[in-house]
Design a protein around this ligand. Sequence first.
Ligand code: BV8
Length: 236
Amino acid sequence: MAARPIVVLTGAGISRESGLHTFRDADGIWASVRIEDVATPEAFARDPSRVQAFYDSRRRGLLDPAIRPNAAHGALARLEARWPAPVLVVTQNIDDLHERAGSHALIHMHGELLKARCLACHAISPVRHDLASGVACPACGQRRLRPHVVWFGEMPLGMDAIAEALDGCGLFVSIGTSGNVYPAAGFVDHARRRRARTVELNLERSLGADLFDEGHYGPATEVVPAFVDRLLAECG
Ligand code: BV8
């Protein structure tokens, strides 16, 4: 049977072994700061400096040369390069590790830490420095930049393209996500309704584990390359 398109959803767990923290693990980001204080539009309106400092700190962390893509990111880039049908990675992550590993068909549905959005002209521009310093928008020159990040209560990015890809995929793979956050956590249901095969690759069973046809559990750098190798062997 001809190879079908694949949609892969990734979450913070795929970047954990690269040295980036997850959100809801014991040492996760939400263990030391509240979503309501740093990851909502209301938080930004109430205390922009605090929100900018939260993302400036994470951006500096991501730019540390020690933070590099890991074998799981690499396996997904290999899958895209060698699978004989489209492979789309939809990531909830705002890091750039999928790009640096070589993935090209990629949607950052929660935005990107290395981009800023201008509140005056809406331009999106690359950023590698602190926004708290009040840098000017390269497009309009005004000093009203926010992180190009989707906060709680904001519309995720690329939803139409994601829905179209889920409609047409034969395989949906969820990697490194706890299944807490919607609409991402609902993608498996969408794929099932379209009769796609659904697979979860995670350190432990997620909230939606029962919705998957199969699950393989362990560190992403082990279970993702093994799964990709098996997929590519199956398709010859
Ligand atoms: C939306 C920002 C409407 C960037 C994030 C009231 C008003 C409006 C909406 C809502 C509301 N109440 C609820 C909602 C919905 C809300 C939501 O889901 N809330 C939850 C908390 C209940 N969602 C929204 O608000 C979304 N927008 O609904 O708009 C709409 C929707 C559709 C259509 C039209 C309109 C916006 C959600 C995006 C919020 N922004 N991040 C940033 O700061 O990073 S969400 C945040 O959680 C991150 O993006 C993160 O990616 C995401 C999900 O977390 P995970 O990636 O899963 O990380 P987590 O730590 O939870 O889990 C890690 C997993 O990895 C674990 O399972 C662990 O076992 C595993 N793991 C750990 N180590 C490893 C590993 N796996 C493998 N190997 C390892 N080594």
